[in-house]
Design a protein around this ligand. Sequence first.
Ligand SMILES: [Zn+2]
Length: 80
Amino acid sequence: MVKTFPGWADIDKDVLRELLNVSQVIASQQGDREGLSIQVAKADGRKCERCWHWEEDVGVNGAHPTLCGRCVLAIRDIVI
Ligand SMILES: [Zn+2]
């Protein structure tokens, strides 16, 4: 039995990523196909030392070369 998820492609990708506890979500509509198809692959980027998500912005901030941008913002106010 195929279960359909109307409007699943409109779900916020960050919410879906957190819900699935994965580093990256790419959602696309495949023509007129119904149902949900899932492929699993290694995420792009590098692993963040703090959150363990694979992000493409790890190391962008030179002061925190092992952290992703989201973690840099999270620790910004607590680092002395
Ligand atoms: Zn991080």
